[in-house]
Design a protein around this ligand. Structure first.
Ligand code: 1CP
Length: 340
């Protein structure tokens, strides 16, 4: 049995209907997720319970038959594994005890701390349909560091940008530690069965020029080259959301295999700038998925047309919104699968 999404990345063939999955395809828009989440107690309990995390990972696959499944976890488990305090405020989101250097952090216990996520992946290799590609993931270092330094999500990432500007050596130590932890974490995920891994750079937009190069490109480049040096040829999806510079430059420098486009990326421009060896992923506006109806069908058709002559993976430009009606996801699947 072959895996259409993995095959698409590995081979140079353009298929009829593109493979499809959606960022945040497991989550609050699904009633069956909300039930398991309530049973688990807290969000972190869910992430660290392989049996429950396996179940919520499988839920959207059962419902919609996506071509890929992304392991249920969170990008903030890495700082947690390094020893930073992490908790989720109900209705608000993640909170960390802010740090400005690595002195209270350590790589030592990280692998053992993150072992439940590998266990979830290993269970999924047995429970997923044979045609479903299994995706592992981590946050890219800059994005994870923005949460570590601010202690929470911020609109402009000011605390991390400030630290990077005023104390670059200290900030570099945080980034270097994240690079090491992420290489180890992804290597464990691949060994446990991940076919592909995605690096989420959700806050690429707040850095420009040299800062973008130093804090976004170089760490991702270091992660990918370390994985290759360890003998892993697993495809890597890069997702520099809102990145200002030319995206073909990001691909060339980081050596990611797939470039995930955010909602605002210009498909035709990126498509002509990136060679045929680059697989693109994206980029339906999650708001249009909430809207549904003819507007959704039309938006899907434009994406299919823009990418018709190249290898691409259908996805959203960012995660599914919690208010998304589940039947709109079924509508999307029917529309994308009908393409040929
Ligand atoms: O049940 C709940 O209330 C928790 C909501 C939730 C979920 C379902 C959070 C909290 N994380 C997740 C799972 C998750 N997070 C997955 C796996 C599920 C899937 O995709 O099917 C993944 C890949 C992530 C990645 C993630 N976490 C990112 C990168 C992607 C993105 O959205 O930009 C980021 C920035 C986070 C941090 C985070 N975790 C949760 C929230 C609400 C946030 C954002 C906080 C903020 O910026 O304020």
């Amino acid at each position: 049995m072959t895996k259409p999404l993995l095959d698409l990345i590995r081979q140079q063939k353009i298929p009829g209907a593109p493979p499809v999955w959606l960022m945040r395809q497991a989550g609050r828009y699904l009633p069956e997720y909300r039930r398991v989440r309530a049973e688990a107690g807290g969000f972190l309990d869910l992430c660290y319970s392989p049996e429950l995390a396996e179940e919520v990972t499988l839920q959207p696959i059962r419902r919609y038959g996506f071509d890929a499944s992304i392991v249920f976890a969170d990008i903030l488990l890495v700082p947690h594994a390094l020893g930073q305090k992490l908790w989720f405020e109900t209705g608000e989101g993640p909170r960390l005890e802010p740090i400005s250097c690595t002195s209270d952090l350590s790589l030592k216990g990280a692998r053992a701390h993150l072992a439940p996520i590998s266990e979830t992946l290993s269970r999924l290799t047995k429970s997923l349909p044979a045609s479903t590609t299994l995706i592992g993931f981590a946050g890219a270092p800059w994005t994870v560091a923005t949460y570590m330094v601010a202690g929470r999500g911020t609109p402009d990432q000011a605390p991390a940008r400030e630290l990077a500007r005023t104390e670059p050596e200290k900030f570099q130590e945080i980034i270097d530690m994240l690079v090491d932890a992420t290489v180890d974490y992804l290597a464990e995920q691949i060994s446990a069965g991940a076919d592909v891994v995605q690096l989420f750079e959700s806050w690429a937009a707040s850095l420009q020029g040299e800062a973008f190069d130093r804090w976004c490109i170089k760490p991702v480049q270091a992660i990918i080259s370390s994985l290759r040096a360890k003998g892993f040829d697993t495809p890597v999806i890069g997702f520099p959301r809102g990145a200002q510079g030319p995206l073909e430059n990001y691909v060339r420098r980081t050596q990611c295999d797939v470039l995930a486009l955010d909602t605002n990326a210009n498909r035709q421009e990126v498509s002509s700038a990136c060679g045929p060896e680059v697989v693109l992923q994206g980029n339906l506006d999650p708001q249009i998925l909430v809207a549904g109806g003819e507007e959704l069908d039309a938006a899907i058709d434009v994406i299919l047309e823009d990418f018709a002559n190249r290898r691409f993976i259908f996805n959203l430009g960012h995660g599914i919104l919690p208010e998304t009606p589940p039947e709109h996801v079924a509508q999307l699947m029917a529309r994308v699968r009908k393409a040929s």
